[in-house]
Design a binder for this molecule. Structure first.
Ligand code: GDG
Length: 473
């Protein structure tokens, strides 16, 4: 019986070391929810790293056994691999290059060697559990070489690949010393999916310029094989977010927060992982400009800013954290009053029910990344609003801006434009807010995460049939 095997750097469960031994906690990411309906069925499986360094063989055996109950198969990474493959080549070479921050990127052969070795390690793990007829769905930038490694080992297998971050213009790809190998690695897949049409076009252009492979309608002639490249934007679990926000618990927390903040104060919400791609510092400057230009808004508006700790061992992230701390301190010190704090800043993660309450509470969501593959926060805000009101301000450089064209779309580098758009959002009449919201809700509801999985799998089945037809022509 053919199975589906999901492969990603992280498993949907995180193992943590506690005083009482190892603890297993589900990950709340969109991918885990979306693919839950796939890997938990039949004999399907999810292969990935459990998120913690474990070198003791007895512990590894225990984790393997526990995860097997939940259809997961772990790949254990050594401390060197975590440093050079994960924090190194993945997060300090590919992440900045693909998000148009090449000045932050390290191009170092020993990181590349680690990346190749760990992709081979993932390949061995998949081969330990997969058969030639299985469908293998590989995810994201940590595993760009894996599709080709799988193709060599299992030539007839069905391999899909999805990239969750932007695929950059050829001008960025040409900077990357190992661009040929990376593109060839991806082309081992039968289907390569991106969030947007422009990422897909950038990929096709890089493939043509670097490898000389032509394409027609997204079908790439890669040597003896035909590979389909397509745009398949990822959705969220709409019903989950809508019902969490409508729950009694979310309403109760919202009321509590509302009372604390003040009935007359409009709330602007900002939620991201700590990352230079998310435009957090630029967003703060825009909020500062808003306060500077509009004294009448003082004591009438508050920015609620959640920054989820992430990669804070990396130098650029440490610096960004300091910059944010300083900006928040400076703006609050300049404008706060005894009864009003302009920026409520949290550097930690919140439980899902509080997140649902914050989405309810917010009058405006300010989503202004410099670059973002998709940005699920924008979609979650829309889904959480129900029949209520709310305005989404969205960066033109988030993948989500393609689908959410009824948001107030801004250029995140243009501080004056962001400040002016915030002003407009805070003054938008309720019926106009509802009209925009309803049209975006229809899109986010229809193209939800279940639809995304279905479309991806259908496209994968289509290219397998197309390959057979082409082979008999
Ligand atoms: C990558 C791409 C692409 C945030 N704070 C808390 C919390 N969150 C959740 C949000 C959302 C998720 O984290 C963040 O997703 P994003 O899409 O915004 O960003 P990345 O993590 O950078 O994800 C991105 C995505 O992959 C999918 O393809 O959209 O472009 O960079 O779901 O709700 N969750 C909880 N507490 C928090 O404090 N529980």
């Amino acid at each position: 019986m053919a199975r589906t095997i999901i492969v990603s750097n992280r498993l949907p469960t995180k193992v943590r070391r506690t005083d009482d031994g190892l603890a297993f906690a589900p990950s709340e990411g969109g991918l885990a929810t979306g693919l839950g309906s796939v890997y938990q069925q039949g004999d399907n499986l999810w292969v990935g790293w459990p998120g913690t360094f474990l070198d003791d063989e007895a512990e590894q055996a225990h984790v393997t056994q526990q995860l097997a109950h939940d259809h997961m198969y772990p790949v254990f990474l050594t401390e060197d691999e975590i440093r050079d493959f994960y924090e190194g080549f993945s997060n300090e070479t590919l992440w900045p290059t693909f998000h148009y921050f090449p000045q932050y990127a390290r191009y170092e052969p020993h990181l590349w060697a680690a990346y190749q070795a760990v992709n081979r390690k993932f390949c061995d793990a998949v081969l330990a559990v997969a058969g030639p007829d299985d469908t293998i769905w590989v995810h994201d930038y940590q595993l760009l070489l894996l599709p080709q490694l799988l193709r060599e080992a299992l030539p007839t297998s069905t391999v899909g690949f999805f990239l969750h971050i932007p695929f950059p213009s050829y001008e960025l790809m040409r900077v990357l010393p190992w661009n040929r190998e990376l593109l060839k690695g991806m082309l081992g897949a039968d289907l390569i999916g991106f969030h947007t049409y422009s990422y897909m076009r950038h990929f096709l252009s890089a493939v043509s310029r670097v490898l000389g492979y032509s394409n027609q309608n997204g079908l790439v002639e890669a040597g003896q094989r035909t590979v389909l490249v397509d745009s398949v934007p990822m959705g969220i679990d709409y019903d989950k977010y809508a019902s969490a926000a409508a729950s009694d618990e979310a309403r109760r927390i919202e009321q509590e927060y509302r009372q604390a903040i003040g009935e007359q104060v409009q709330v602007v919400l900002s939620i991201d992982r700590l990352d230079y791609t998310k435009g957090i510092a630029e967003r703060l400057r825009a909020f500062e400009l808003l306060l500077q230009q509009n004294p009448t808004l003082h004591e009438q508006v508050a920015l609620l800013m959640l920054v989820v700790p992430s990669r804070d061992q990396v130098e650029q992230y440490k610096q960004l954290k300091e910059e944010i701390d300083e900006l928040v301190g400076r703006i609050n010190a300049a404008y706060r009053t005894i009864t009003w704090t302009p920026i409520q800043y949290f550097y930690r993660s919140f439980p899902p029910e509080e997140l649902a309450a914050l989405y309810r509470l917010a009058d405006v969501a300010l989503v202004t990344p410099m670059r973002d593959g998709m940005n699920l926060v924008a979609k979650e805000f829309i889904a959480s609003k129900g029949e209520g009101r709310g305005v989404l301000i969205l960066s033109e450089r988030a993948g989500a801006a393609r689908e959410l064209a009824d948001a107030l779309i801004i250029n995140p580098t243009d501080t004056a434009e962001v400040a002016a758009t915030l002003h407009r959002a805070l003054a938008m009449p309720p019926d106009e807010q509802q009209q925009y919201l309803a049209s975006m809700q229809a899109i986010v509801r229809r193209y939800d995460v279940h639809n995304w999985v279905e479309v991806f799998m259908n496209r994968l089945a289509y290219i397998k049939i197309k390959q057979q037809v082409l082979a008999t022509d």
